[in-house]
Write a protein that binds this ligand. Structure first.
Ligand SMILES: Nc1ncnc2c1ncn2[C@@H]1O[C@H](COP(=O)(O)OP(=O)(O)OP(=O)(O)O)[C@@H](O)[C@H]1O
Ligand SMILES: [Mg+2]
Length: 302
C-alpha cells in the first residue's frame, strides 16, 4: 500500500535509493537485474547490499528471484519512492498526505507544496502515481516461469508513458481549457493543482442547464485545440462556483484519430445521459446529441 511507502520513505536512506536507482537503470537491459550489476552500481559491500535488498523485498519495493540466477526488479512502491524522492529534491513537494483516490489505473494523494522562495504559504497539491499495466503484471507474476517474457515489467513503461501523455496534454491545454495546472512530472508520477469543487457525480448542481452548457463549451474548446478527452463522464469532471474542470487525461486523442468521431460522441453522450438521468422536471436538459456534436465541430471554424 502506498501509505506504507510514505511511512517507509522516511526510513529509506541514500543507500536504499541507490539500490532502487541501480535496479531501475539495470531494468533497461535486464528483465531481472543480476546481483553483480547491483554490486558494481551501488559499490556497497555484498552483505550490506543483500541485507538491504531483503528489507526492500519485504517492503514490497523490490521483487527478487534466485533461479536461474539471482536477480531483482523494482516494484510499484519502490518506483513510487524514486519519483517521490525526485519531487522532494526539486522542492515540488515537502509532505504527502492521505490517499484521496484509487482508480483502476492510478493512486492519488494529497500533498503539500512549499511556496517559491519561501514567500507566502504552503499549499495543497495532488500527487498522482500511474499504475497502468498492473493487471497484466500480476498475471505474469503468478506464472513467473517465463523469464523470457518482457511483459512482466512492461508496467513501468506503460505507467511512465501514461504519466508523460497526461503531463503533456495538461501543459498544452492549460490555461485555455479548464484543467488543473501541471506542476511537475517524474517517471510515472504527476504533481498538479487540486481541482476546485466536487466531482459531478457526487453532487446536485443548482443550475444543471448552465453546468451542462459549460461542459459542452469546454469540450468545444478542447476540440478546437485539436483534442478529445475520450474518457469523459461525471467521474472525471469537477464542478465549482466558477465552472467545471476536467481531470484524468492519459487516454486523450487527437481530432485526426480514426476513431475521433466515435470517441467524441461517447464523451458527449456520457455527459448528456448523466444530466438527463439526474435532473428531471423543470431542470430537464432538452438537448439533442447530433445538434451538440455539430455545434462542437462547427466551433472549429469560428
Ligand atoms: N487534480 C485533482 N484534484 C482533485 N482530485 C483529483 C485530481 N486528480 C485526481 N483526483 C482524485 O483522484 C481520483 C482518481 O484520479 P483520476 O480520475 O485522474 O485517475 P484514474 O485512475 O484514471 O481514475 P479512474 O480509473 O477511476 O477513472 C479522482 O476521481 C479524484 O477523486
Ligand atoms: Mg478517473
Amino acid at each position: 500500500m502506498i501509505d506504507d511507502v510514505v511511512k517507509l520513505f522516511r526510513e529509506l536512506d541514500s543507500k536504499d535509493l541507490r539500490i532502487l536507482t541501480g535496479i531501475e537503470i539495470g531494468m533497461k537491459h535486464f528483465e531481472w537485474v543480476p546481483i553483480e550489476e547491483l554490486i558494481k552500481y551501488t559499490r556497497l559491500p555484498v552483505s550490506t547490499l543483500e541485507y538491504k535488498l531483503s528489507l526492500l523485498i519485504k517492503n514490497n519495493m523490490v521483487l527478487g528471484i534466485k533461479n536461474p540466477y539471482e536477480g531483482y526488479q523494482i516494484y510499484f512502491d519502490g518506483y513510487d519512492a524514486l519519483a517521490l524522492n525526485a519531487f522532494v529534491k526539486r522542492g515540488i513537494i515537502s509532505a504527502i498526505g492521505d490517499e484521496i483516490g484509487v482508480g483502476k489505473e492510478s493512486v492519488v494523494h494529497e500533498a503539500v507544496k512549499e511556496p517559491e522562495l519561501a514567500i507566502g504559504e504552503a499549499k495543497g497539491v495532488i500527487l498522482k502515481f500511474h499504475r497502468e499495466g498492473r493487471t497484466s503484471f500480476k498475471t505474469v507474476k503468478r506464472t513467473r516461469s517465463h523469464l523470457k517474457d518482457r511483459e512482466h515489467f512492461s508496467w513501468i513503461y506503460a505507467a511512465r508513458l501514461a504519466a508523460k501523455r497526461e503531463a503533456e496534454i495538461l501543459k498544452k491545454l492549460y490555461p485555455k481549457v479548464s484543467v488543473p495546472k501541471l506542476l511537475d512530472n517524474n517517471r510515472h508520477a504527476l504533481v498538479m493543482d487540486v481541482a476546485k469543487g466536487t466531482l459531478l457525480y457526487k453532487t446536485r448542481v443548482l443550475e444543471p442547464q448552465w453546468f451542462f452548457d459549460e461542459v459542452i463549451r469546454q469540450i468545444g474548446l478542447i476540440y478546437k485545440e485539436g483534442y478529445i478527452h475520450s474518457d469523459l463522464s461525471e467521474y472525471n469532471i469537477f464542478v465549482n462556483e466558477d465552472g467545471v474542470q476536467f481531470i484524468d487525461w492519459p487516454q486523450y486523442i487527437e481530432t485526426t484519430h480514426p476513431h475521433a468521431d466515435e470517441l467524441l460522441r461517447r464523451d458527449v453522450s456520457n455527459v448528456l445521459k448523466h444530466f438527463k438521468r439526474k435532473y428531471k422536471g423543470n431542470c430537464k436538459i432538452e438537448r439533442d446529441i447530433e445538434e451538440i456534436i455539430s455545434d462542437i465541430k462547427n466551433s472549429v471554424q469560428s
